[in-house]
Design a protein around this ligand. Structure first.
Ligand SMILES: NC(=O)c1ccc[n+]([C@@H]2O[C@H](COP(=O)([O-])OP(=O)(O)OC[C@H]3O[C@@H](n4cnc5c(N)ncnc54)[C@H](OP(=O)(O)O)[C@@H]3O)[C@@H](O)[C@H]2O)c1
Length: 239
């Protein structure tokens, strides 16, 4: 069946893989990113009818509203919303003494990683109906129950906040048969994963992670009803 799919963070990495694979499956895709990359332009050339490429910064409600209006003008229903866009900064791998809370970057991390996905959900809420799925790409770094880190305050706090926002939204949408999953995509061989990930055998390619994540999104009935925060392999994570 043809599905209507929205993907943020579509310009590169995991989001770009989800866009490409969704197009290969014949879905109609709305690809959202603040940067329109060569990869997106070449997909648009290959799939001119199936793909819409939309420039949008998810930290701006005005931008998200404008993007949402475009999508809603083109489709009556969204089957899957993939909230994948996120930011990370290697220089934040420091403890409290060296963490700069005056820096705008600390709050920007929260604005993009935690609030950005909620902005997308708000803008597209009336196109999500029975059977629709929201995938939020969170991280094991957002787990409070299994936290072992002694640094990276801003990123971990932003993903924990994303998890809470998603849980409240799932309570609010309970009667509308909309599943929400917050997934750790694995340590990814992407620019965010960095050089270490590119070399490591423990890291996963974005193609492999995207394949698993799309299985979950396209077959939500295979996931136990009480499982929401989990690995891309469906292993449950502690909130
Ligand atoms: N990489 C990992 O090991 C890892 C591990 C756990 C969780 N995750 C999560 O997985 C997701 C995807 O990661 P990735 O490795 O694929 O990252 P990536 O390669 O850095 O791609 C992220 C994409 O999101 C876009 N983006 C960032 N801020 C945005 C904004 N304000 N508005 C719209 N688009 C924005 C980026 O655009 P620009 O190019 O302009 O920045 C980029 O195209 C993220 O949410 C990340 O936190 C990643």
């Amino acid at each position: 069946m043809e599905k209507n799919v929205v993907v943020t963070g579509a310009g590169q990495g995991l989001g770009n893989c989800v866009v490409r694979k969704s197009l290969e499956e014949g879905f109609r895709v709305y690809a959202v990113d603040r940067t329109i990359t060569e990869e997106l332009n070449s997909l648009k050339n290959r799939y001119p009818e199936q793909l819409e490429v939309l420039r949008c910064d998810i930290s701006s409600m005005a931008d998200v509203d404008r993007t949402g209006e475009f999508i809603k003008a083109h489709t009556k229903r969204i089957d899957i919303l993939y909230n994948i866009a996120g930011i990370y900064r290697f220089r934040d791998k420091v403890g409290l003494a060296d963490t700069n809370m005056e820096s705008e970057a600390f709050l920007t991390m929260y604005d993009v990683n935690a609030v950005g996905p909620l902005r997308m959900c708000k803008a597209l809420a009336d196109r999500l109906g029975g059977g629709s799925v929201i995938i939020n790409i969170s991280s094991e770094a957002g787990s409070i129950g299994s936290c072992w880190r002694t640094q990276e305050y801003a990123y971990c706090m932003s993903k924990a906040a994303l998890n809470m926002g998603a849980k409240i939204l799932s309570n609010e949408l309970k009667d509308r048969d909309i599943r929400i999953f917050n997934l750790h995509p694995g340590w990814l061989k992407t620019s965010m994963g960095g050089e270490e990930a590119m070399k490591s055998e423990e890291a996963v390619t974005p193609e492999e992670s995207a394949g698993h994540i799309m299985q979950i999104a396209e077959h939500p009935e295979t996931v136990p009803k009480d499982r929401m925060f989990m690995e891309y392999t469906m292993e449950p994570l502690v909130w």
